[in-house]
Structures are given as C-alpha cells and as structure tokens.
Design a protein around this ligand. Structure first.
Ligand SMILES: [Zn+2]
Length: 246
C-alpha cells in the first residue's frame, strides 16, 4: 500500500486516526486500509464533540447532516443538494401483513443520485480523498459502484477510472459511460479486477480507489443509512434490520 502525507487532521472533521479492528494498532489518518502489524482492516476512530438531535435535524437533507460523525471536512454540509442520503423510509403495510409482521418499512435507496446505496460510501470516500490530495477517483466494480464513482467524480469535476470484468452485463454500467470518465474492461473475474486495482493503487499516487486505498473512509459512508432509519423512526431503533446483498 502506498502511504501519503495527510493534511491537518481537522480537515477530516472529528476523525482522530485509524485503528486496526483485529489488533487495535493505531495509526494516522491517511490512504491506508490494512494494518501494518497484522494486515487486519483499519477503521476510522473519532474524538467526538457533544452532539444533539436538534443539531442533526438542522442539517441539510443529505448524508452530510451526519457530517460530525464522518471523516469529512467540517464545511461539507454546505455543498449543493445533489448529494446522496435522506432517502424515503416507506411503511409497507401490505408486505408486513403478508409476512405476518406488526410493522415493516422499506428504505428506498433509489432516491440517491445513481439510485443505489453505493452513492453514500463513494461520497464519503471522495470527500476524504480530495482532502488527501488525490486527483482521480477510481474503483474495481461489478456495476453499482462503477456508476456511483463515475457520477460523484463528474459532480466534483475530477477524473474517474472504473475497472470492470469484461463479461459484465452492459446494462449495469450504462450509467458509468453516460457520466464520462474512463471505463476499462478487464479479461478476468472480479478477483482479477480487484488485484489489478490494488497494483494500480500502489503505482499511481494520485489515484484514490474508493474500495482499496481509501477503504476506511468509504466504509464509514455505510453507517449513514442506520442513522437515517433511526431518525426517520423518531429516533427509535427497529427490532431487526434486513440487508439484501448481491
Ligand atoms: Zn492489526
């Protein structure tokens, strides 16, 4: 993994560093996704200020209403309202009845810029990547992530490079082509594409692969869906959350 000098920590909001989920080893905020000691995954740690529901509710109708809980610049909430998040939480009474449940909600992620959950993780990865001085946003993908990266890069006015397996269904990446950027098809499986991405991330110091060298920041975007569900239920937690995955 390449290492890169970070700017002042305050540019990452209240994030205070990275820590290994396996062995707890701490390191500075930077473009690094694996622990130098044990190769475990690194996660962002925080030194959070007191937060109130009112301060969150006063924020924009995007994921940046939770900016204080993310590794992003403090002024990010002022960005135009083309960002992901605040998707509808739909009460699905008919489905609940069919399944014999008291109440059921569906989180409708089609409301995000490229109509998938991936817009959340990419937005946080992009914000952190720009702070670290990267000038290209990249990813290996099998579809949704490719679209999210191409769109977010276009919105931010920076280059994107997306690597996909050559046998991917064209419909999945039509959006990527529309948003511009460079789309590279690779003869091989997704594992091969991922391996190539890791090598390219080492070679090109200005390429941020959202799910490779800036993965800890990318992963932080996921939790915004949980915050939204709690807030939309009146700051109550559901008994169960069911997550469909490909
Ligand atoms: Zn470790």
């Amino acid at each position: 993994m390449s290492t890169k000098a970070t700017k002042t920590p305050s540019r990452f909001g209240y994030a205070s560093g990275l820590a290994c989920r396996e062995c707890g080893q701490a390191c500075d905020l930077g473009a690094q996704s694996a622990c130098a000691e044990c190769f475990g995954p690194l996660e962002v740690s925080y030194d959070l200020p007191p937060l109130t529901r009112a301060s969150i509710e006063a924020g924009p109708q995007t994921i940046w209403r939770y900016a204080s809980l993310l590794p992003v610049p403090p002024d990010i909430a002022a960005t135009p309202n083309t960002e992901p998040g605040c998707t509808r939480l739909v009460r699905a009474d008919n489905l609940a009845r069919a399944l014999g449940m008291r109440a059921l909600w569906v989180k409708d992620e089609r409301g995000n810029p490229t109509h998938s959950f991936k817009d959340r993780v990419v937005a946080v990865a992009l914000a952190a990547a720009v702070e670290m001085g990267f000038t290209v946003l990249a990813c290996p993908s099998t579809g949704n992530l490719a679209n999210a990266v191409a769109a977010a890069a276009a919105r931010a006015g920076i280059r994107s490079i997306v690597l996909v397996p050559a046998d991917l269904e064209q419909q999945k990446i039509l959006g990527t082509a529309i948003y511009g950027g460079t789309l590279v098809t690779v003869d091989g499986s997704y594992d091969d594409v991922n391996r190539l991405a890791c090598e390219l991330a080492d070679e090109h110091e200005d390429w941020a692969f959202v799910n490779v060298n800036v993965r800890p920041y990318y992963a932080e975007g996921s939790k915004t869906i949980g915050y939204e569900i709690a807030e939309q239920l009146g700051w109550r937690l559901p008994e169960q959350v069911v997550v469909p995955v490909a």
